[in-house]
Write a protein that binds this ligand. Sequence first.
Ligand code: NOJ
Ligand code: NOJ
Length: 417
Amino acid sequence: MKNILSLLLALSLMSPALAQETLEEWMDKQESASWTKLLANLSPADTRQGAVIASPQRRDPDYFFHWVRDAALVMDVLMEEVRVTPAPLLTKHINQYVDFSHYIQDIHTLTGLGEPKYHVDGSSFTGPWGRPQNDSPALRALYLVRHVQDLIAKGATPASLARFYKAELPATSLIKRDLEYVSHHWWEPSFDLWEENKGQHFYTLMVSRQALVEGAVLARKFNDNAAADHYSWQAVLVEDRLKDFAKNGHFVTTLDRVEGIDYKYSNLDTCILLAFLHVGENGAFKLTDPRLAKTVQLLEMAFNRVYPLNQRGTVAVALGRYPEDTYYGGNPWILTTMAVAEYHYRLARLNGKMKHMNLGDAYTDRVRFHSRADGAMAEQWDRHTGYHISADELTWSHASFITAMRERRKAMKKLRL
Ligand code: NOJ
Ligand code: NOJ
């Protein structure tokens, strides 16, 4: 009896948060911490206004840079927020990001618009790196297209939006420049979103196709009809190429590799799921595609095997980028685990099934299990200990938490919970 009591006491001292807080209470707390921490990484001290730093950490690893991909994904979180509720502070950040993006499009880089990252003062990064990364301009264009559609819906005229889009070649406007790049380079090998492999990638092609499809619709609003035809036609060709990535009832991540790491034998990668989440409902494939379900299942089986921390904690598996990953020892990542939570919340909304709601919560609970009291989120969890490692306060980690919580609320509404 005494032993049991002291065990209970020890447990409650060890994890006060787990003992006292419901999952929902923790989610609310984490979500507001994530907003604060995400906003702190926009135009922080020592940066040019509008820079979105990947993380404030400046060494081991140095993430104090503006990555075009991370920035686009993060700014989409803000754009989605102001789509629903006006928020002057967020609008200010969006406008500064637009200015910064315009600025960096103009400077000379080693690979033109395929350049993956810039110094925080907006100058070109010329050190050795995996370049180009062609998902970057596609993501920037895609989310800016949606933002401009919002502005039009709120009454802005095409003439007042010329900095975003103008029917003019060579292109000078923000979106058209990126669309021209994507539509003329998508078939070339480029580095993947993890900056490790050069070839053709499911993720890069998915976001490229979406940028071209939605970009074509916008181009028509600006009377750029010949360009719209060109973007649409290229989107059809990308979609055709994407079909090659379906193999054995699931999707694979890279084809025709020409350079980079050579030990990714499984060809499985959580970025296949990220591709679906980042393009949204009108992508080349549906979120309910059984080949996606199979891909996620295969990834979970693999990660369950390779990460010792999955043998304890919660029922849901922590996921990393891909099973053979060795970056920082090869670990589960927060943003990939939150992606599976978001996947299930979205499925719950689409098919109204409680089962997916509960699954979503199980993954969120895994994130809570490794959480820190102040809501700080790094990039990865050590595969043995579960401690947060690699870049701290990764902006993208916080963004992935916020987007999953948003989808959870939508699913709750659908399920009348
Ligand atoms: C830095 C990249 O950002 C990361 O994704 C990669 O795994 C390492 N370099 C090793 O190539
Ligand atoms: C490494 C990741 O692999 C890459 O996707 C990301 O853009 C950078 N870190 C910055 O967060």
